[in-house]
Write a protein that binds this ligand. Sequence first.
Ligand SMILES: [Mg+2]
Length: 206
Amino acid sequence: MQELTIQDFVAMWERALVRVTERTDEFSKLDAVIGDGDHGTAIVQALTSLVEAARKGTELKTMLNDMGFNVMMQTSGSTSTLIGGFLLGMGDHAEGTGLNAGQVKQMFKGGLEGVRKQTQARKGDKTMMDALIPAVEAILSCESEDIRRMLSEAAKAAKAGAEATVEMKANFGRARNYGEKSVGHADSGASSWACMFQAFAEQTEK
Ligand SMILES: [Mg+2]
């Protein structure tokens, strides 16, 4: 796959919405271990509003901006702030109606930078960053020009990153108060972001 078109990109998010929706309860239960148990519904709401904006898109930069603002305006809470930051950051580094491998790398790199504007969480803190950082790193270090391959490596890295959170102790935000209680369960955000990257890869394999 040498080019990622705007249609491919919209389809990736549509698939993410489908896959995350299938696992809503699982993500909420994981969140309940160290939080308020709303992550499943929060991420589904966020994806629903960004997909709605994506379907009206005709150009990547404008579309990503609309997706980001839509998700931040329509839903509140950290889930939508982080995913909104990701979309706005991507929008700063993407334009037109199709991207080559190098441009896809820049877009995802921009997405991570956008999330970093919204959170101080680092790798190892048991947050969604434990899936997102390895996923973006895998994209950036992929030597292939095949975008399908890039996204498949990102999905593997995100999955491994989410699985690694099982052994971690929550070290960020309110979840920190739960300390040891958080060990033994994966982080809900890392798990849902891994699910999204899995969906992105799955869609481009079609
Ligand atoms: Mg929550």
